[in-house]
Design a protein around this ligand. Sequence first.
Ligand SMILES: [Zn+2]
Length: 241
Amino acid sequence: MNPIDQCPVPHSPLDALVIAPHPDDAELGMGGTIAKLISQGWNIGVLDLTNGEPTPHGTLEIRERETRIATTALGLKWRWNLGMRNRYLEATLENRQSLAEVFRVTRPRWLFAPYWEDAHPDHIAATAMIESARFWSKLSKTEMTGQPFHPTRIFYYYCIHLKLVPQPAFIMDITDQWDAKLASVAAYESQFVTGKDSISPSFLERLKSESEFWGKAIGVRHGEPFASREPIGLSVMNNLI
Ligand SMILES: [Zn+2]
């Protein structure tokens, strides 16, 4: 069966779709921004490409439960898992088509993808797959499900496994959403808490420091950085902080 047949159709086209190689990447990279945009009335979706298993302390059941808790913490109404294979993610033509079909069905105005430079092969493959699927999504005269559609913007969130210092295109103020972000990440106990009790500072403490670092860069308490390959056009200046 074509996986797209199972894809839930949102009640209205998505304002933005966040694509994550694994459940927890969207929360780590931009959980605060997701919660913020939802609070402002945006219709946001998260698409996980794989189930993220196996991991040392996880099982399929545990990961599904953790994902449900995180989804609730962020207030997400649309989330789906495309069922690709964890650790073996590749930007194949077949995977490109599956993802392009999700875009044609959910019709997100904007896309958020993992940052293009990473140590994790799944993340690099995901970014390449998202960019090529974005292009394929607009094609006519194909056998793909849905009508041609082109997401107008693509931004990149940082959930990277390299010790590099991002040079973001913009930073979102997530001060009021920090608690929701922390709750969404802490939901993945099997990934960030279990078996890591003796590590100091803890993963969640480091996440907070990172969030405060980006907040300090724009004069607020908490922030999340984003990259863009293309210049960002502005029509007004008065919302910049
Ligand atoms: Zn990941």
